[in-house]
Design a protein around this ligand. Structure first.
Ligand SMILES: NC(=O)c1ccc[n+]([C@@H]2O[C@H](COP(=O)([O-])OP(=O)(O)OC[C@H]3O[C@@H](n4cnc5c(N)ncnc54)[C@H](OP(=O)(O)O)[C@@H]3O)[C@@H](O)[C@H]2O)c1
Length: 310
């Protein structure tokens, strides 16, 4: 099977498109013929020696933690041959999703309620689970609350806007001006051009802030929280900084590490089938062009998700 792998941490030149043998199935695992695999910032951060690289002990390492595809061998599980499935698996341990076949733990994947768009489904698991867990678990979101999404046009952000709206919240979001029309189509009530507009008019007005940008951006948004509000910060590399600033300003800051959840994926899949949630594909790349997808993701200004196709 074709894969993308690295033999050492480093730059984009380390990504190698080559053939490797198919993974062997263990107990409770399903063999999936991959249709699509999402590209997330954690993929290039890890390949360059940051991100989850402390969990990568063996080389070659096949990156990728999320996928969609068809069941090629259900093993000893309840899944059926050719069922359409998707999942985020094993994170932060290696999962090997940039490959034509994946051995996936059955308890971390879900059937697709509507398999019409397998490509979009490949980019859904990580960003939608992160948005779900940030809004409803760490962020304790309730209907009627005011939510601000920092980085609302990105992979996690654009799904967080839709999920917050679905939950009955009032949603504001920051993005470059050219993405404001896109945010309006998602149900975002106030789009803020973070390059030219200050957040001062939102002081003390937010119940929840989802910080998809981190660092100074998260810190500068803290005064927007109501005294009892919560800011959930996503980028792990700056989380300590944002937490420290929250402590100094007596504002509650929560960090997050996205966890696999088949149960949440089933709910997300139902929302997609009901047209309440839609993944926006920024661009697709054939697997062998993973380096181009990484390069674009590293620019930090992708709208929606980048997806590798097989
Ligand atoms: N802790 C976890 O479990 C977890 C899980 C998932 C992701 N993450 C992290 O969360 C971050 C976001 O992930 P993602 O997949 O959403 O990334 P992404 O898709 O690459 O985010 C790109 C978006 O960021 C926006 N952006 C960049 N700088 C900004 C700024 N200063 N203010 C507002 N928006 C800005 C861009 O907006 P414009 O193009 O409109 O300028 C773009 O739409 C990454 O650091 C990722 O590693 C953490």
């Amino acid at each position: 099977m074709h894969t993308i792998s690295i033999h050492q941490f480093g730059g984009l030149d380390e990504l190698i498109y080559s053939k490797q043998s198919r993974p062997q199935l263990g107990p409770g695992e399903v063999l999936v013929k991959t249709a699509a695999a999402g590209v997330n910032p954690i993929d290039w951060k890890t390949c360059s020696g940051g991100g989850a690289s402390q969990f990568i002990t063996d080389m070659p390492f096949i990156p990728g933690w999320e996928f969609s595809g068809l069941v090629a061998d259900p093993g000893d599980t309840d899944f059926k041959l050719n069922e359409a499935v998707f999942g985020m698996i094993r994170f932060p341990q290696p999962a090997g999703c940039y490959a034509e076949y994946i051995a996936a733990p059955a308890e971390q994947i879900a059937r697709l309620a509507d398999a019409a768009d397998l490509t979009a489904a490949g980019g859904l698991p990580t960003a939608s689970l992160t948005a779900w867990q940030a809004l409803f678990e760490k962020g304790e979101l309730k209907a009627g609350q005011q939510v601000l999404i920092l980085g609302a046009a990105g992979g996690v952000g654009h799904l967080a806007v839709q999920l917050a709206k679905w939950a009955g919240a009032h949603v504001s979001g920051t993005a470059s001006l050219h993405n404001h029309e896109f945010l309006a189509t998602l149900g975002c009530e106030h789009a803020i051009d973070y390059r030219h507009q200050s957040l001062s008019e939102y002081t003390n007005s937010m119940d929840l802030i989802i910080d998809c940008v981190g660092g100074d951006t998260g810190i500068e948004a803290l005064p927007c929280l109501k005294p009892e509000g919560i800011l959930v910060t996503l980028p792990s590399v700056t989380k300590d900084q944002v937490i420290a600033a929250g402590l100094a300003q007596r504002r509650r800051v929560e960090a997050i590490r996205c966890e696999p959840s088949a149960q949440q994926l089933r709910q997300i899949s139902e929302l997609v089938a009901d047209e309440q949630l839609k993944l926006h594909i920024g661009e697709t790349f054939p697997l062998e062009k993973a380096a181009e997808a990484f390069s674009l993701s590293m620019s930090g200004h992708v709208c929606g998700k980048l997806i590798l196709t097989f």
